[in-house]
Design a protein around this ligand. Structure first.
Ligand SMILES: Nc1nc2c(c(=O)[nH]1)N[C@H]1C(S)=C(S)[C@@H](COP(=O)(O)OP(=O)(O)OC[C@H]3O[C@@H](n4cnc5c(=O)[nH]c(N)nc54)[C@H](O)[C@@H]3O)O[C@H]1N2
Ligand SMILES: Nc1nc2c(c(=O)[nH]1)N[C@H]1C(S)=C(S)[C@@H](COP(=O)(O)OP(=O)(O)OC[C@H]3O[C@@H](n4cnc5c(=O)[nH]c(N)nc54)[C@H](O)[C@@H]3O)O[C@H]1N2
Ligand code: SF4
Ligand SMILES: [Mo]
Length: 708
């Protein structure tokens, strides 16, 4: 064995940024372990297999230029200069012929690295690279992730971003985890803390359509029919309002629309809500009382509530429930954290004032609150030229063909583009349609920094870049330079750190000397900040909403033509919403609950991770399996009215009878069975939440049969 070195580092597989201890043998990464005793030292299955990811023979190692037909997969190696020049010359050509808006960008889960976000994007991850070029069409996976919960619901109710809402797990009596599974967070920064709170006597309730990791460990699991949480929360609100379990003073002083809500929820009796959600009436009553009387209760929610026909309104109703039961911004409740992370002078990208981005007309509030394109409208723009043609696309760190609903339309659109460039670590199915493919580094190969609440670490490169792969930020910087505005980006990694720590050069020195990181002073917590004026830019008490109050009836939603109240919409494709279809497709279909061994479409080519789950699975209840003569491990055909996909059955009581949970992520260049198991082939691009434009991934109808 050669030279062995161990050192503290930041995991570079996903943007979670867990602290780890790496072992290097002759300069190559061989092992990583959690860095004990420091926050975010958790390690997940994917981190454990980091060296397989980094040195996978399937890593992209040089720029590629297409030689074959689109989709065929014949490329030649090219120099960085040739590949980058080809991108910028085509973008300029398209701008000349069709206007700047005809070039779009899209970025995904591979574009969440901190410096990339800080310099190039905002919290919504949409790269601003094309703004100075003149295109308003910057888009990201926030077209179908996070924004419902973290922008639309939170801003229209509290006037706050989701990132400012932090469950105070340590001081609570009751932790409700609703449509989230902290075991698969990246990083899993709440899971251990929740378990620790439980050991200290805090009760845990999980509201989930299946018995997830957290539901398994909770004191109480409340199973709900997929996509009907909106009715459940209105049912809870009715009990709380009618039994006067809410904080009357808070409601009178700080909210608007309470009377309308009190009227609206009257029809959501426990018995009626039971017929919708399958949650027993007595559970609804006892759960409402439990939350309202826990004093304090806190909440963690996320994507499990985003993908129904009234996703935004459902999350709003949850936020309202939390506030009116006196659990907002109190110890042990949902804490409002305004402390800015590391602040520095970020570059200012000029926003084009010409055309509106695609989706702005269909989803005006989406545009108003994000300033971005709603990417669900991309196929229409490419294929039908509506509202105007899109001809060029830069896709970085995203796998469009596995993530977006109704794959065939997206494939058609990618095939029809004039020019398409992809930046990724691996060849993807998207990239087969690209003209240029650029290789990105893993974060083990980069210099950067990682901020956590109250904590910062430097990301020192652990190994040299694999092949000619480059740090994403500097790939974009090179494109910007060729387009004439390179000065917006740092020119190298030294300048990157210098700019980020320009206000705190001594912190940079400290960080260099402390590879495990440096704790930042945590300001003393201030509660009930709506009383002090800290929530509003003008310093007046109240919330930063149009009315200055916590808006149970949202003025913003009403102004944009949506219901002001958090109204419930029955899944339009569901047993009650489409009873005829239900006869043919009698199972509720939910897709995409996270599994530990994969990250959306990623790692389905990594042997050590594939071992944990070699095939794409659907989870089916034993009673539904038996009716269909399906045994555990059988090949099955999952169908919706849009088509069929082959999965493997896992027969298990962790799903409810009548419901199917299907993995997402398959459908790219992965292990064979996964590469064929793309759940989004049979989801529906037209079935959306009208406010966010998010697809309804979690409340559809399907049938399952054995694949003979
Ligand atoms: N049916 C259904 N569909 C869903 C969901 C669901 O629950 N159900 N979930 C949705 C959600 S929440 C999301 S966020 C989207 C996921 O949407 P995507 O962003 O498409 O997610 P990934 O599949 O992780 O694809 C990330 C890509 O980035 C690459 N990559 C990783 N790291 C880097 C890097 O550092 N640089 C570069 N350049 N590339 C990198 C990976 O190789 C991979 O190809 O899918 C959505 N789609
Ligand atoms: N290992 C791993 N980690 C990941 C990812 C990954 O693919 N793999 N993806 C990353 C991404 S892109 C994101 S956005 C985050 C998301 O983080 P989370 O939102 O925590 O995602 P999940 O772990 O799928 O948890 C969602 C929970 O909601 C439940 N659920 C689904 N539908 C419903 C419903 O209708 N009602 C209720 N009440 N519950 C429902 C699911 O069963 C699941 O337990 O995770 C990130 N972390
Ligand atoms: S969550 Fe992400 S950063 Fe943390 S260990 Fe897993 S792969 Fe690494
Ligand atoms: Mo996501």
């Amino acid at each position: 064995m050669g030279n062995v070195e161990k050192r503290a580092a930041v995991c570079g597989v996903c943007p979670g940024g867990c602290g780890v201890k790496v072992t290097l043998e002759d300069g190559k990464l061989s092992d990583i372990q959690p860095l004990s005793g420091s926050p975010y030292g958790a390690i997940c299955l994917r981190g454990k297999h980091a060296s397989e990811v980094v040195y996978s023979p399937e890593r992209l190692t040089t720029p590629l230029i297409r030689e074959g037909e689109r989709g065929e997969g014949r490329f030649r190696q090219a120099s960085w200069d040739e590949a980058l020049d080809l991108i910028t010359s085509n973008f300029l050509r398209i701008r000349n012929e069709y206007g700047p808006e005809a070039v779009a960008s899209h970025s995904g889960r591979g574009a969440f690295e901190q410096s990339l976000l800080d310099f190039n994007a905002d919290e919504l991850v949409a790269s601003k690279l094309l703004w100075p070029f003149g295109s308003p069409n910057i888009a990201s996976v926030s077209s179908l992730c996070y924004a419902s919960f973290g922008v639309f619901a939170s801003l229209t109710t509290y006037g706050l971003r989701g990132k400012n809402l932090v469950p105070d797990l340590e001081n609570s009596n009751l932790i409700v985890v609703w449509g989230a599974n902290p075991a698969t967070d990246s990083p899993p920064f709440m899971f251990e803390r929740i378990l620790k709170a439980k050991r200290k006597g805090t009760r845990i309730v999980a509201i989930d359509h299946m018995r997830s990791d957290i539901a398994e460990r909770a004191d109480r699991w409340v199973p709900v029919r997929s996509g009907t949480d909106g009715a459940l929360v209105l049912g809870l609100l009715r009990v709380i309002i009618n039994e006067k379990l809410y904080d009357e003073e808070f409601v009178t002083k700080w909210t608007s629309g309470f009377e309308e809500l009190a009227d609206y929820v009257q029809s959501f009796t426990p018995q009626y809500v039971e017929t919708i959600t399958k949650v027993p009436a007595e559970t609804i009553v006892s759960l409402a009382r439990e939350i309202a009387t826990a004093k304090p209760a806190t909440i963690r929610t996320y994507t499990g509530l985003e993908y129904s026909n009234s996703g935004v309104q459902t999350i709003r109703a949850v936020y309202i429930l939390w506030a009116i039961t006196g659990n907002l911004d109190v110890p042990g409740g949902l804490y409002i954290n305004l402390a800015p992370p590391l602040s520095f002078d970020k570059p200012s990208f000029p926003r084009p004032e010409t055309k509106l981005p695609i989706g702005a007309e269909e989803y005006p509030l989406f545009y108003h609150l994000t300033g971005c394109a709603q990417f669900l409208e991309f196929p229409k723009a490419v294929l039908e030229g509506k509202p105007y043609p899109i001809k060029g696309l830069l896709n970085s760190g995203a796998s469009i063909l596995t993530s977006y609903p109704q794959t065939s339309l997206w494939e058609k659109a990618l095939r029809q583009l004039d020019f398409f460039a992809v930046i990724d670590r691996f060849m993807t199915r998207d990239a087969l349609f690209a003209d240029v493919v650029l290789p990105a580094t893993t974060y083990f190969e980069n210099t950067s920094y990682q901020c956590y609440p109250g904590y910062v670490r430097l990301r020192q490169p652990v190994i040299n870049p694999v092949g000619e792969a480059r740090n994403d930020l500097f790939i974009l910087a090179e494109i910007a330079r060729r387009l004439g505005y390179g000065e917006l980006y740092p020119k190298d990694e030294a300048e990157l750190l210098q700019r980020v720590f320009s206000r705190k050069p001594e912190l940079l020195e400290q960080l260099r000397a402390n590879p495990e990181g440096v704790a930042l002073p945590v300001p003393e917590r201030q509660y009930k900040k709506y009383e002090s004026g800290a929530l509003r830019p003008d310093g007046r008490p109240g919330f930063d909403t149009p009315s200055g109050r916590l808006e149970i009836t949202s003025k913003l939603l009403a102004d944009f033509g949506y219901p002001a109240l958090p109204e419930y919409t029955e899944p339009i494709e569901g047993p009650l919403g489409s009873p005829e279809l239900f006869k043919e497709f009698p199972l509720v279909l939910n897709t995409g609950t996270r599994i530990q061994s994969t990250f959306r479409s990623q790692h389905l080519n990594i042997p050590g991770l594939l071992k944990h789950q070699p095939y794409p699975e659907i989870l089916i209840h034993p009673s539904d399996a038996e009716q269909r003569d399906i045994n555990d491990g059988d090949k099955v055909i999952l169908s919706t009215k849009r088509g069929n996909v082959r999965f493997f059955a896992r027969v298990t009581e962790i799903v409810q009878s009548g419901e199917i949970e299907a993995n997402m992520g398959g459908g790219s260049l992965q292990a064979l069975e996964w590469s064929k198991g793309n759940a989004n082939i049979i989801t529906d691009i037209a079935n959306r939440d009208p406010i966010s434009g998010f697809p309804v991934f979690k409340a559809l109808l399907c049938q399952v049969r054995k694949d003979e």
